[in-house]
Design a protein around this ligand. Structure first.
Ligand code: FAD
Length: 389
């Protein structure tokens, strides 16, 4: 009898546009040739060549690919989602690099920046020549960023920023930081070149998750910026929150990429591993795992593709994005963990991906709004009652 991949069994390509699939396939080929062989080493060493990778992703055209103009590809939400899934099938850390660059930093400048800010930063960010980071979280303000302590005050026509941001992806390798700070008028975004005196970005060490991604503290000590550094287009938390909604959309697909890679690894391992004189793929308990996990994976991908169609129709609401992130990241983590068990002892080796994916997905479960926060968003959407505080 023929064997099917999880994607074939779910007929996940059905109805997708040729050009969206072509972008996905180009990304997959690039990752297979240039990235996958190095992943175990980058992960165990905690040292991926992030600057070179950004340039390669830039040449591939995936940085800010959903944006239009300024050197960006103007790709469809579906294409963007499929590309995120491919990149995260390699490693969530690389998808984080691409999400923070395109959906957070570039998105903030594209949506709220002045023409001058867009012209200066977006083309070099799309090319991967300049890496961006997005500083919202602080040591004492994570899920509740409204209380942030980073302050921007006026001195003449200048702005002066003081404060600390924490857990900032790409921080130490960034040329530009989009930093959110309290002002007299409310929270505002600032475009901060990272060579500005008073700015530093020490890397956070000792991570057990997302080891192929750079995560940093941002320290701002009297960082003096011209008036033109403020993002003119938005005041208040809706600025950063709208960027986060964009990035979460990519994560809904991305997490399922990590799930798919875990599943494909487990299926292929089960076929080759022989115990009790037969491949472990022939045991019913193994098949029950693979069947259940494939059902979960296919359902998660169908939800992602459905949300992409809503996004293309312009009707996708933030609560629907929360539903997708809540469902798919949690499912992906459960899939990666269970796939690890199919590999027995080999499952704890860096030579196989499922445990690396599971460890990475612990970060994905927390960043861009924790599982608990998205549960509360969905709870509020269903009941009308806000249970945040
Ligand atoms: P807390 O807010 O302290 O939460 C701790 C626990 O309490 C969580 O389980 C949370 O869900 C729960 N909790 C909090 N409030 C409630 C409530 N009202 N009801 C029920 N439960 C609650 N941030 C950026 O700004 N930019 C980045 O680039 C970035 N990259 C990151 C990369 C990594 C690898 C990681 C791990 C984090 C990154 N973050 C980034 C930070 C991330 O967004 C925050 O960690 C996240 O928002 C949660 O904040 P916290 O860690 O302070 O947890």
């Amino acid at each position: 009898a023929r064997t099917w991949t999880p994607n074939e069994l779910g007929a996940l390509d059905h109805g997708l546009r040729e050009d969206d699939l072509a972008l996905r396939d180009t990304t997959r080929n690039f990752l297979t040739e240039r990235v996958r062989p190095h992943l175990p080493g980058w992960y165990t060493d905690g040292a991926a060549p992030v600057r070179e990778l950004a340039q390669e992703f830039g040449r591939l055209g995936v940085l800010g690919m959903h944006l239009t103009g300024y050197g960006c590809a103007g790709a469809s939400p579906t294409a963007y989602g499929l590309v995120c899934a491919e990149i995260e099938a390699a490693d969530s850390g690389l998808r984080s690099l691409v999400s923070v660059q395109g959906s957070l930093s570039m998105q903030a400048i594209h949506s709220f920046g002045s023409e001058e800010q867009k012209q200066e930063w977006l083309p070099q960010m799309a090319a991967g020549e300049a890496i961006g980071c997005f500083g919202l979280t602080e040591p004492d303000h994570g899920s509740d960023p409204a209380g942030m302590r980073t302050r921007a005050r006026r001195e003449g026509s200048d702005w002066v920023l003081d404060g600390t941001k924490m857990w900032i992806s790409n921080g130490s390798v960034a040329s530009v930081a989009v930093v959110w700070a309290q002002t007299e008028d409310g929270i505002r975004g600032f475009v901060v070149p990272t060579d500005t005196p008073g700015f530093s970005a020490p890397e956070i060490g000792g991570k057990l998750s997302l080891r192929a991604s750079v995560t940093s503290e941002l320290v701002l000590e009297g960082v003096r910026l011209p008036e033109s550094a403020v993002l003119p287009g938005v005041v208040g938390l809706k600025g950063p929150l709208s960027c986060l909604t964009e990035a979460r959309f990519g994560i809904i697909f991305g997490a399922m990429g990590a799930a798919r890679d875990s599943l494909e690894t487990a299926i292929s391992y089960a076929d080759s591993r022989v115990q009790f004189d037969r491949p472990i793929a022939g045991f019913q308990l193994t098949q029950a795992k693979l069947a259940d996990l494939t059902a979960d994976y296919v359902t998660g991908m169908l939800l992602a593709l459905h949300l992409a169609r809503l996004k293309e129709a312009g009707t996708l609401a933030p609560a629907q994005v929360s539903l997708g992130k809540l469902n798919n990241v949690r499912r992906a983590l459960a899939i990666a963990r269970e796939c690890r068990s199919v590999l027995g002892a080999n499952g704890i080796s860096a030579d196989y991906s499922p445990l690396r994916h599971a460890a990475n997905l612990e970060s994905v479960l927390t960043y861009e709004g924790t599982t608990e926060m998205h549960t509360l968003v969905v709870g509020q959407a269903l009941t009308g009652h806000a249970a945040f505080r």
